[in-house]
Each structure stands twice: as C-alpha cells, then as structure tokens.
Design a protein around this ligand. Structure first.
Ligand code: 4NP
Length: 152
C-alpha cells in the first residue's frame, strides 16, 4: 500500500489533525492509502494530541485521541512514498535531514501559506481556522496524488 507522512514540529497540534482528516477522507472515499504523522522535535514523544486539536477534530467527526507523538527519522523517507511538511520551517528541517520526496501542505491551497503553529495560541480560538486550512489542503493533496498513490 502507498503511504503519506505528515510532519510538523511537535506532532501534537497540526500533523495529528492532518493525519486524522486524511484517514477520514480516504475511508469516506473507499480508497487505500496509509497515513501517519510525526514531529521534527522530540519534546512530546509519546503524548496524545493537544486537547484543542482533539476537540476541533471531534467537532468535525474525526477522532484523533488515540494518536501518540513520535519523532520523524531518516528511515521514514524510505518507508513513506510522500512526506508532507506543515510549514516552511518543517520543510527546511526535513530537507536538511536529506528528505527528497517532500512537499509542503500549503502548496495545495491557501496561496502556499504555512499552517500556523497553534502551540502558542491563546486557548481554543484559532484551532477552527487551522482545522479548515488543513482540511482543504489535505483534500486537494489527496485528489492530486490520487492517480499515483491512492488505490481504489
Ligand atoms: P505542532 O505544535 O508542531 O503543530 O505539534 C507544536 C507543539 C509543540 C511545540 C511547538 C509546536 N513545542 O515547542 O513544544
């Protein structure tokens, strides 16, 4: 099966939402594509997604509460067909680790804008915006990679 890995900084706010949204869209479409997420940093390894990410996903019928953070590793660049960075800084870090099969989520909508890092947001406000941005970009990404990666 083909596979996509979403990568942000901590793997507790943005990339778990991207993973959950992608899995939900793939299931809804009856397609076959493995998805996962990871962070470039190690601070939150083993933790569930932040409570606001869990809540906003739940508002949209997507359960991400069971996900646990992990750090990206070089072997991921071989085992995943496509690596998707959530912002420019993640993109740069992944490039410098030698990742070649790499795109930025913003390339699939919102004029190439970065998905803003919500870690330092004040409360829940802002998470709906982050969710909407991730959802529209992930949807376009899946449509665009469909002929190559998505089976069924
Ligand atoms: P994420 O958000 O990259 O969307 O998971 C962050 C989570 C944690 C930190 C930064 C961003 N941190 O600095 O610990």
């Amino acid at each position: 099966m083909k596979s996509i890995l979403f990568v942000c900084l901590g793997n507790i706010c943005r990339s778990p939402i991207a993973e959950g949204v992608a899995r939900s869209l793939i299931e809804q479409g009856g397609h076959s594509l493995a998805v996962d997420s990871a962070g470039t940093g190690s601070w939150h390894v083993g933790e569930p997604p932040c409570k606001h990410s869990v809540a906003v996903a739940k508002n949209h019928g997507v359960d991400i509460s069971h996900l646990r953070a992990r750090q990206v590793k070089k072997a991921d660049f071989e085992s995943f067909d496509l690596i998707v960075a959530l912002d420019q800084s993640n993109y740069r870090d992944l490039k410098s680790m030698g990742c070649k099969n790499l795109v930025k989520l913003g390339d699939y909508g919102h004029g190439g804008a970065d998905v803003p890092d919500p870690y330092f947001f004040d409360g829940f406000e802002g998470f709906e915006n982050v969710y909407a941005m991730i959802e529209s970009c992930v949807s376009r990404l899946l449509n665009s990679v469909r002929p190559e990666l998505v089976e069924g």
